[in-house]
Design a protein around this ligand. Sequence first.
Ligand SMILES: [Zn+2]
Length: 314
Amino acid sequence: MKITTLMGGPLDCTVAFQLKLTMIFISGQNAAMRALPALLACSLVLPGCARSTAHQAGRVEVVAGVYPLAYVAERIGGAHVHVTDLTPAGAEPHDIELSPAQVGEVQQAGLVLLVHGLQAALDAAARGNVLDAAQVGAPPAPGLAKDPHVWQDPVRMSAIATEVAGRMAARDTAHASDYTAGAAALVADLRRLDADIRAALGHCARHDIVTSHEAFGHFAARYGLHQVGIAGISPDADPSPRRLADIAAYVRTHDVTTVFTESLVSPRVAETVAREAHVRTAVLDPIEGVRPGDDYFTVMRRNVAALRVALGCT
Ligand SMILES: [Zn+2]
């Protein structure tokens, strides 16, 4: 595969990568400074390896800030799109930083999918055909306006799916009917999920969920639960000892059986609260990334199974 570099002339991707590595290993401050412009040029060019493949195949380049949006794009776009998830596998998406190469990739993408307020670096870099999933669907309740975890609500996800299909169809009219069909299949799956969750959580002894960070506000609002987050909207904010004591007291006085941990963030703080209050822990996954073999639906259904146990649902 050949790519055109900013230095002019075609360059094989492998050679470009080796060149970048070579420049990283140039020793001495002066040499490093001299190499910087070329290194930067090379960094900006490297994503072209992937992009050029997609371009040659006539695919729409889609960049997503977080897994659930990448999943929607892949389900709807199929072979007509090339999707890049900016959050690395196993990493937590809040406050990701973007390399100059990634900023270039975002700005040249055919479609950018983000949730405004989730990732400041992406909010700042995005331009052009940008879909802010926070703006799709019915306006959220006032308390949820700043909660970026919109994918936790399957009804909101359905609206996002339809909007994504519309954006893809406008960009690539030749495959418009495929995008519409892809969205219809995804929306059907989401409707089934929504109905199953309503049935699963319809008769529960308890309705309070104590979570690691406040990632389940949209879910709680949709299904009549009350969320108490140990950390705030973003998991990086360390709760104060006072906050931990208050939550432990809440757990004891509200008959809460379980403090929920999550998969991408250390369970240490949640485990401390659970120990203080003499209750157990279980995983409630915000779906900010998935393990191999999982997808949005498998994790949502696992979450619902964990909630049924914790809330005493029949
Ligand atoms: Zn989150």
